[in-house]
Design a protein around this ligand. Structure first.
Ligand code: NAD
Length: 380
C-alpha cells in the first residue's frame, strides 16, 4: 500500500492559541503578514483577537477584508493586487473557511505566471506552488481548511465552485483556538458543525481511506457526534465548542488525505448556483446520500454510527447503519436545516440546472470516492 500524507508543519491547538501568533511568526522567520479576513470579523471587532497580540509585539500588518462567504475569483484578484502592491512575507487567513480559502487562493495566484487564472489550477491539476508561508486561524468549527490541501473558489464566469488542491493550498501552520468560535451564531454553528461531521464520515467511507486518515476520522467522529446538538443549543458550552473545534481540524486532516465523496461533490454545485452556505447544502444531502450509500460500505457506516454515539457500541451493523441515517435526519430537524425549497430555491430553476450541476459534481472527482459510485449511467 502506498500512502501519501499531507499535513501542516505545526498546529497549536487549544484555548488562547491565537495569543501566540507573534511567537509563531518568529519561529517561521517572518514578520510582515497580509491578514486575509472578512468584513464581519472587522465589524464585530473579532479581528482584534489577532491584531492585539501583533500590535503588542510591534509587528506591522496589512489587512484585506473583502472576503465574501463562499469566495469568488474576482475577490481573489483584488487580494492579489493588494498583496502585489504591499511588502509582505507571509499570509494569515483569519475567519471561517471563506477567508482561509481566500488566503490560500491569493497565495497560489501570487506564485503563478502573470495572467494566470485560478481556473488553471482546478482539479485534476495539482496546485503545488504558493508564494508565502500561510498561517490559518479558523474562527468556525468547521471546514478544517486550516489543515487541508484544498481551497474552494467559485468561477464567476461559469458559476462553478472549483476545487483546487495541492501543496500550494496547505497551510504551513495553524492556530486552532476554540475560544474564537464562542461568538459564532446558531445557524453558522449548525452548518459548520454538520460540515465537519460530513468530512469525518466521508473520509471514513471514502474509497481512498487509509490507516492514517482513518485514525483522524475515527477520533473526529467521536468528538463531533455527541456535541453537534450541544453546541447549537448551548452556544457558550466551552467543552462542546472545544470538542467541535478539535473534531473539525482532525476531520480536515482526514479528508485532506482520504478525500470527500458524493455529498461534497453534489453540495458544491448547489452552493454555487443557489448560494446555499456550504455546510447547509451538505446537511441537506447527508441523510439521503448516506441512506443511498449505506449497503456499499455497511461495516464502515455502522462503525461511524457507534463512534459518534448514534448507536450502542454493541449494535449490529445493520441496526447501527439504520440508526446513522435516522440520526442524521433527526439532527437536521433539531438544527433547523431547511430543505432546498424551504431555503427558497425555485423548483423550476433547480430542474433547469440539474444537468449542469451533475456534470460539475462529477468533474470535481469527489463522487468517484463514494462507496456507491455514481456514473453517468447509474450506480456501480
Ligand atoms: P464562512 O467562512 O463563510 O463564515 C460564515 C459566516 O460566519 C460569515 O458571515 C462569517 O463572518 C461568520 N463568522 C465566522 N466566524 C465567526 C465568529 N467567530 N463569530 C461570528 N461570526 C463568525 O463559513 P465556513 O462554513 O467556515 O466556510 C465556508 C467556506 O469554506 C465555503 O466556501 C466552503 O466551500 C469552504 N470549505 C473549504 C474547505 C477546504 O478544505 N478548504 C473545506 C470545506 C469547506
Amino acid at each position: 500500500m502506498n500512502i501519501q500524507f499531507f499535513a501542516p508543519r505545526f498546529l497549536d491547538i487549544g484555548g488562547g492559541a491565537v495569543t501566540r501568533i507573534a511567537a509563531l511568526l518568529a519561529r517561521l522567520g517572518v514578520s510582515a503578514p497580509l491578514i486575509v479576513t472578512d468584513p464581519v470579523m472587522v465589524k464585530l471587532g473579532l479581528i482584534r483577537q489577532l491584531t492585539d497580540p501583533l500590535d503588542a509585539a510591534g509587528i506591522g500588518y496589512t489587512v484585506f477584508s473583502q472576503t465574501v462567504p463562499e469566495p469568488i475569483d474576482t475577490v481573489i484578484d483584488a487580494g492579489v493586487a493588494l498583496a502585489r502592491s504591499t511588502v509582505i512575507d507571509c499570509i494569515i487567513g483569519f475567519g471561517g473557511g471563506s477567508p482561509i480559502d481566500t488566503a490560500k487562493a491569493i497565495n497560489i495566484l501570487l506564485a503563478a505566471a502573470p495572467g494566470a487564472k485560478l481556473r488553471d489550477f482546478k482539479v485534476p491539476v495539482s496546485a503545488d506552488h504558493a508564494a508565502w508561508p500561510l498561517i490559518a486561524v479558523p474562527t468556525t468549527a468547521g471546514t478544517g481548511s486550516e489543515a487541508t490541501r484544498f481551497t474552494v473558489i467559485t468561477d464567476t464566469e461559469t458559476d462553478e465552485k472549483m476545487l483546487i488542491g495541492g501543496l500550494g493550498a496547505l497551510p504551513v501552520a495553524a492556530l486552532v483556538d476554540y475560544e474564537l468560535t464562542l461568538s459564532v451564531p446558531a445557524r453558522t454553528t449548525a452548518d459548520t458543525g454538520i460540515d465537519a461531521f460530513t468530512h469525518a464520515l466521508e473520509a471514513f467511507v471514502s474509497r481512498r481511506a487509509a490507516p492514517i486518515s482513518d485514525g483522524y476520522a475515527r477520533t473526529a467522529l467521536g468528538l463531533i457526534g455527541p456535541h453537534l446538538r450541544r453546541v447549537y443549543q448551548t452556544p457558550d458550552d466551552r467543552a462542546a465548542r472545544e470538542a467541535m473545534m478539535l473534531g473539525a481540524t482532525l476531520a480536515g486532516l482526514a479528508f485532506s488525505n482520504a478525500s470527500v465523496a458524493l455529498v461534497h461533490g453534489m453540495s458544491r454545485p448547489i452552493g454555487a448556483h443557489f448560494h446555499v452556505p456550504h455546510g447547509m447544502s451538505n446537511a441537506m444531502l447527508l441523510p439521503a446520500i448516506t441512506d443511498y450509500s449505506l449497503n456499499a460500505a455497511l461495516p464502515r457506516y455502522a462503525e461511524a454510527a457507534r463512534l459518534a454515539g448514534f448507536a450502542p457500541v454493541d449494535a449490529a451493523d445493520q441496526s447501527a447503519g439504520a440508526a446513522l441515517v435516522a440520526e442524521l435526519a433527526a439532527i437536521n430537524r433539531d438544527l433547523a436545516v431547511p430543505t432546498p425549497s424551504g431555503f427558497g430555491i425555485d423548483p423550476a430553476q433547480w430542474s433547469a440546472r440539474r444537468a449542469v450541476m451533475a456534470d460539475q459534481a462529477l468533474a470535481s472527482g469527489s463522487p468517484a470516492n463514494n462507496p456507491a459510485v455514481i456514473r453517468s449511467g447509474g450506480i456501480t
